[in-house]
Design a protein around this ligand. Structure first.
Ligand code: DCP
Ligand code: MG
Length: 354
């Protein structure tokens, strides 16, 4: 039986800002773009969340909800430095660490002998060390697999942890809403709701063959996850090769112009996601993915010229849409990388946004 810890910092960017200026601690604060430039909130502290402020919300809307909100510009270099310090703490305990983004990682503690093998005590120690050395708090989930550990880390947030022991997996999973399964978005949720499925217990009633018919390869995964089964390893050497954002639309986009209108929002989402990964990844290509209403799909990619640009995605859309010339279910924008986290590649390439 494995012991997996998922560790996730609390309101990470905001926590770093409060650490560096403790006078902010009692105020509602957000980090992100300013209202005048139509920026969005990257994150906010828990005080601001009481007013309904959330990540990805336009800053103008956040200020309406919370007029006293202090909005600070993002300072990625500082957050990256804190993230590296946190990662080096994880590595003191195990080399089986898989970072998911700047403030989040899986640790496989199955072989750890510290605290007589208690992953719960280990998680608690790691969180204390992060707070003492880096000055921010983290929450953790401890469970027999990655899927459950990630869900558990949200339960006692901020600055808390939650354990799902193997004997409690069945009971825990039963009441879990299907929306909590990674990969279940609004469209899948609606599809399941139509047949009366809201929780994992409901989903367990569906046969593997039915799920495979309705959801393709994702169906088999759903069948396992709704039983709390997830065999994925913690992958310490995961080398990210691409990053993309994609959206399935609840009603199909009728033509190329309708697709074109969705490109800017997808691109700004992609930029946000890019900021949150390591700076050692160098972007080499842009790509666009389209799934048409007949489920045929196409991907078009291009080498990156100078920077990730809206214009080249627009041009690629024209070309890719021509391949099917029909209504579109899903649209995705992405980039491909080379991994230069160890600094081996000498040539000049576009770095990720600072
Ligand atoms: N982030 C972002 N834009 C988003 C979501 C997040 O720029 N839409 C950035 C800011 C966050 C960091 O990534 O501080 C980590 O993301 P999390 O989802 O873990 O959110 P937080 O750590 O801020 O809050 P929580 O306490 O809920 O984990
Ligand atoms: Mg976090």
């Amino acid at each position: 039986m494995r012991k997996i810890i998922h560790c996730d910092c609390d309101c990470f960017y905001a926590a770093v800002e409060v650490r560096d200026d403790p006078s902010l601690a009692s105020l509602p604060i957000a980090v992100g773009g300013n209202r005048e430039r139509r920026g969005v909130v990257a994150t906010c502290n828990y005080r601001a969340r009481e007013f309904g402020v959330r990540s990805a919300m336009p800053t103008g809307q956040a200020l309406k909800l919370c007029p006293d909100l202090v909005v600070l510009p993002t300072a990625m270099a500082k957050y990256r430095e804190a993230a590296l310090a946190i990662r080096s703490i994880f590595l003191r305990y195990t080399d089986r660490v898989e970072p998911l983004s700047l403030d989040e990682a899986f640790l496989d503690a199955s072989d750890s002998e510290l605290h007589r093998g208690s992953a719960t005590l280990l998680a608690s120690e790691i969180r204390q060390v992060i707070e003492a050395e880096v000055g921010v708090t983290a929450s953790a989930g401890i469970a027999p697999n990655k899927f459950l550990a990630k869900i558990a880390s949200d339960i006692n947030k901020p600055n808390g942890q939650y354990v799902i022991t193997p004997d409690r997996v069945d009971e825990f999973i039963k009441t879990l809403p299907v929306m909590r399964i990674f990969g279940v978005g609004e469209v899948t949720k609606k599809k399941l709701q139509r047949i009366g499925i809201e929780t994992c217990a409901d989903l367990q009633r569906l046969k593997l063959s039915d799920l495979a018919r309705d959801f393709g390869s994702f169906g088999a995964r759903l069948h396992a996850l709704c039983r709390g089964i997830d065999e994925r390893e913690v992958n310490a050497n995961s080398r990210r090769k691409s990053l993309s954002v994609e959206r399935t639309f609840s009603s199909d986009l009728a033509d190329c112009a309708a697709c074109m209108r969705r490109i800017p929002e997808l691109l700004s989402e992609l930029h946000v996601r890019l900021q949150r990964i390591d700076s050692g990844y160098w972007v080499t290509k842009q790509f666009i993915k389209i799934k048409f209403d007949d489920f045929s799909s196409t991907t078009l990619e291009r080498p990156l010229c100078r920077e990730i640009s809206l214009q080249s995605y627009q041009e690629m859309l024209l070309e890719a849409w021509e391949r099917g010339s029909r209504p579109v279910r899903l649209l995705g924008l992405g980039v491909r990388f080379i991994d230069n986290r160890d600094g081996q590649t000498g040539s000049q390439m576009t770095l990720l946004p600072p």
